[in-house]
Design a protein around this ligand. Sequence first.
Ligand code: SF4
Length: 271
Amino acid sequence: MIKEFTLEYKPIKGKTYSLFGKSNSTEEYYQLIRSIAELVLENYPDKKNLIEFIKKKNNFTFFEQLINHSKSYSARSSSENGLSQFLSTYTTGVKKHFKELGLFKLWDKTLSTSEKQYHLYMLKIELVNQLNKKQFNGCEYKIALLPHCLRDLTRDCMKKMGEYDYICKGCSKNCYLNFTSTMLRKYNVDPYIWMTADITNLFKKLKMKHKSFGVFGMACIPELFSGMIRCLKKDIPVIGLPLDANRCIRWMGEFHENSINTKQLELLLNW
Ligand code: SF4
C-alpha cells in the first residue's frame, strides 16, 4: 500500500457479482481463479491457440473440459462441473437481476450477461493476464483506461483533460482512482480516466506514435472482458483488473462506492 492513502477496504455487494463472495477480502477469489487458470494452462500448453479460444464466444464447455480433464483437478474433486461450482459464490445477484431487468433492457449485452458467462469471463480475464503479462510489460508505451465510478464519491472530482482523456489531479487521499493512478505511474503506465476517448481513434494515434503499446483495463467484469477481447482482436497486449463489484449508475440507478484489490493491482504490474 502507498503510505499516504487512507483507503477503506470493506466487503461490498454488486448488482450481480462481488469478488468478496462470503469473505471479508477478495484474496480468496484471486487465489481460486488463479488455481483454475493454472489447470487450464497445464492442460493446454499451446498459448497462441489458447488465445484464439479465449476470443471465441460461449465456449464454456471447452474450458470446462480442460479443467475437468486436468490431473490436478481430478485429484482434488470428482465433480464434473468445476467452473460454476466454484465461482457461483461470487455471482449470487445474477438471478434476481434478471427478474428485475425490463424486457427492453434484455438487448443490452452487458446488462444481460448470464451467470455462466460471468464465470467464463472471470476465467478468461485471468488467463489473458497470465498469457499477456510479459508482452504488456515489454511494450514501449503503456496506457491504462480507468472507470470514473472508482473515484471518491464524497466530493467533487477535480480531474482535468489530458492528452487522450481525463487525468486524476489527486485531490483526495481516500480515492481509489488516485491510488490506482499513483501506482500505475510508479510502473510507467500512463493512467487515464476513460470518459470521452474513442477507442478506435485512440488506438490509431498510439500506433502512429509508438513502436509498441499495451493497454491496462479496469472495469466491471462484462465491460472489462469486452474491452480485453477488443484489444486481443487487434493483437494489442492487454491485461486487466476487475472492479470488486458492479455498483455504478448503469447497474444500480445511482453511483455507489467501489473498490479494487490494490495488492492484486501491484502484482499485475510487477510481473
Ligand atoms: S483524487 Fe482524482 S479521481 Fe479522485 S476525486 Fe480527486 S481528481 Fe477525481
